[in-house]
Design a protein. Sequence first.
Length: 182
Amino acid sequence: MFIAIRELEFRPLDFREEIRPGAIDLGPDIEQKSPLEASGHADLVEEHHGKHQIIKDIRLKGDLSTRLQVACARCLEPVKHDVTRRFDLLYRPQGSDAGHEELSVTDAEAEIGYYRGDGLELEDVLREQVLLALPLKSLCRQDCKGLCAHCGKNLNEAQCSCTSVEEDPRWIALKDIRKKLE
Ligand SMILES: [Zn+2]
Ligand SMILES: [Zn+2]
């Protein structure tokens, strides 16, 4: 859904979108497991700069929810996240800040981004908000033991027979020789 400045000049816009898994590219590591529900409101905000310049901003308020699946940072098992996020964003035309650092910010609460051309693609905003809603690092559980660095076994499921101490490479070489002799 494209939010066009030209339309906002006539009236504010309400949106309610349901985005099926796969419709938004969240990258190779994140899987969307349920439809992404988003609803909210888009407004035109005019910033008067000096006497003649009016900067047209888009203010986007709303919330979203969906269910995502990522890999545990330690053991790579799938971890599900029910994600909800409320957003209040202000988009300025790209380049409008150049040389005008003192532009009055309409609302200090709003996060500021930039749009290019005639408006804003709602899906791009939602993608960014979904990614921000995810923790940087996901663990399947707080005390996940991860994978053994030697044999790759999932240590939550079973202890492997590798020694936990880093082995001396000379011993490994000896072991290899012994294996060959056996
Ligand atoms: Zn884990
Ligand atoms: Zn091991």
